[in-house]
Design a protein around this ligand. Sequence first.
Ligand code: FMN
Length: 158
Amino acid sequence: MKILVVYDSMYGNTEKIAKAIAGGLSGEVITKKAVEATAADLPRGGLLVIGSPIQAGHPLKTTQSLLDSIYEADVKGLKVAAFDTRVTGGFAKLFGWAAKRIADNLKKKGAELIVEPEGFFVKGKEGPLLEGELERAASWGKIVLAAAQSKEAVTSSR
Ligand SMILES: Cc1cc2nc3c(=O)[nH]c(=O)nc-3n(C[C@H](O)[C@H](O)[C@H](O)COP(=O)(O)O)c2cc1C
């Protein structure tokens, strides 16, 4: 299965998470920063894993610009999983989650969300990641891949 992992990162933590997720995936995996990705890179009939740090409840502008450039025709048959990085604590909840916003944006255009949006935790705005988050990211990559493969099996047996 063709897989594209797209991430954004201001201080490097989300980049580490994206690379750990990619390590848990297998197949034809390409990893790109959001600023380098375009709608033309989306793997037709494959899987897009996309994530960003949360800033005031939203993904970074480069991720939002990429999302804005993606149309319904681009996500036809595309499986999607979304993640973000966030701080712990109650205040973050007030602003909401970037992963959900990314997932909702692509779902609305017709992409198939294959797992619930996921968040990974940093200790402060510049990090570091909480202990165990890289391992959790690799495990989540495996979960995402298994979900994508089971959906693929359902689609091809129809
Ligand atoms: C301007 C700004 C706003 C932020 N807003 C939120 C927020 O609303 N919710 C949250 O959980 N974390 C928030 N954070 C913390 C970021 O999520 C954290 O910087 C990010 O996870 C680090 O990832 P990165 O190293 O890939 O940039 C904010 C950070 C900055 C700099």
